[in-house]
Design a protein around this ligand. Structure first.
Ligand code: NAP
Length: 302
């Protein structure tokens, strides 16, 4: 019997990495060997059909062993100030190890009707980081694809405490400004489909959006799902910043998020317009709507 291709997912302790390993194990375990790469292997639970390996993004010497014999690697770009360097070094290590395909998490792009492609402005913190990744990876000469992720629906868990205690959530956007969101599970399903059939995806860019919605609509969805009125209250950016820094988030990251919220407030198409057909085209499944996500996760907000 032919050996199964080996897939390595780095950052397997995070949202996207963990969900992707879960989808690979549930759907494709008969087709591929799955390596879950993590800095500290004790950090993630053992799963049937998954080999947990130490894989330190950015550390080329350390990555030699986990990348041995790997066919396709999913580099889940970490939330780190030097994420561009960490990601590019990891991709270089993959090239040196003879990996045949690299899938990388990047930021959304937007194709205008005239064919022009827009990316996050490079004057923003995230835009600069992702621009470096986007421009360096194709130069490696290894087949690759980008999984371009919009805002995670799972960020809603950050609203949990005030929804539980005050039936209210706070953010700096206006209530009626829409933004594009992706459910982590949808991104994971797409990643797993690409990785397990990688020869079809060289040079492709997949923008993953599950739904587009406003904070007023989100409040209405929580109101319906929880059976109590949930209000949205807009706060000044400085108040939002203090709240995020107070939760222990790094200042560069919070400043990057506030820049993204400003783009949403301005109605910039990069974060406010997007079609939801990618998942359908890759797996035939419908993306998760905001209402479905809220309904499914409502017990966590009670
Ligand atoms: N939240 C959003 O709305 C949103 C939207 C679009 C894109 N993104 C971006 O999408 C990417 C994936 O999101 P995520 O939530 O799955 O990521 P994450 O949990 O922030 O990071 C992924 C993994 O990277 C590893 N890591 C973190 N810092 C590292 C460092 N300094 N050196 C090496 N490895 C490091 C950790 O894995 P191990 O400990 O397992 O090694 C972590 O679990 C991130 O870059 C995130 O910023 C987020």
């Amino acid at each position: 019997m032919a050996e199964k291709p080996i897939i390595l997912v780095t950052g397997s302790s995070g949202n996207i990495g963990s969900a992707t390993v879960g989808v690979l194990a549930a759907r494709y375990a008969d087709k591929v060997e799955i390596r879950a790469g993590v800095r500290n292997p004790d950090k993630i639970p053992a799963r049937p059909g998954v080999t947990v390996v130490q894989a330190v993004m950015g550390d080329k010497d350390q990555l030699r062993e986990p990348l041995k014999d790997v066919d396709a690697v999913f580099i889940v770009t970490p939330t780190a100030e030097d994420r561009a360097a960490l990601t590019i070094k990891t991709a270089e290590a993959a090239k040196e190890a003879g990996v045949k395909f690299i899938l990388i998490v990047s930021a959304p792009s937007m194709t205008h009707p005239d064919g022009r492609v827009e990316y996050l402005p490079t004057c923003t913190i995230f835009g600069k980081q992702y621009h470096e990744i986007d421009s360096q990876i194709p130069k490696l000469g290894v087949p690759y694809a980008f999984l371009r992720l919009s805002i995670f629906m799972e960020n809603n868990f950050g609203k949990k405490d005030t929804i539980v205690d005050q039936s209210t959530f706070y953010a700096s956007q206006s209530p009626d400004k829409p933004a594009i969101y992706v459910a982590v599970e949808d991104a994971a399903k797409a990643a797993a489909a690409i990785l397990t059939d990688y020869s079809k995806h060289n040079g492709k860019e997949y923008n993953m959006h599950s739904d587009c919605y406003t904070n007023a609509e989100l409040a209405a969805a929580f109101t319906e799902a929880l059976g109590k009125e949930v209000k949205f209250v807009q706060v000044p950016p400085e108040t939002a910043k203090q709240a995020m820094v107070g939760k222990g988030w790094s200042e560069w990251h919070v400043d990057g998020i506030l820049e993204m919220l400003e783009l949403i407030e301005e109605g910039d198409s990069i974060l406010t317009v997007g079609d939801t057909c990618t998942l359908r085209s890759l797996t035939g499944e419908e993306p998760t709507s905001m209402k479905e996500w809220v309904t499914k996760n409502a017990p966590s907000f009670k």
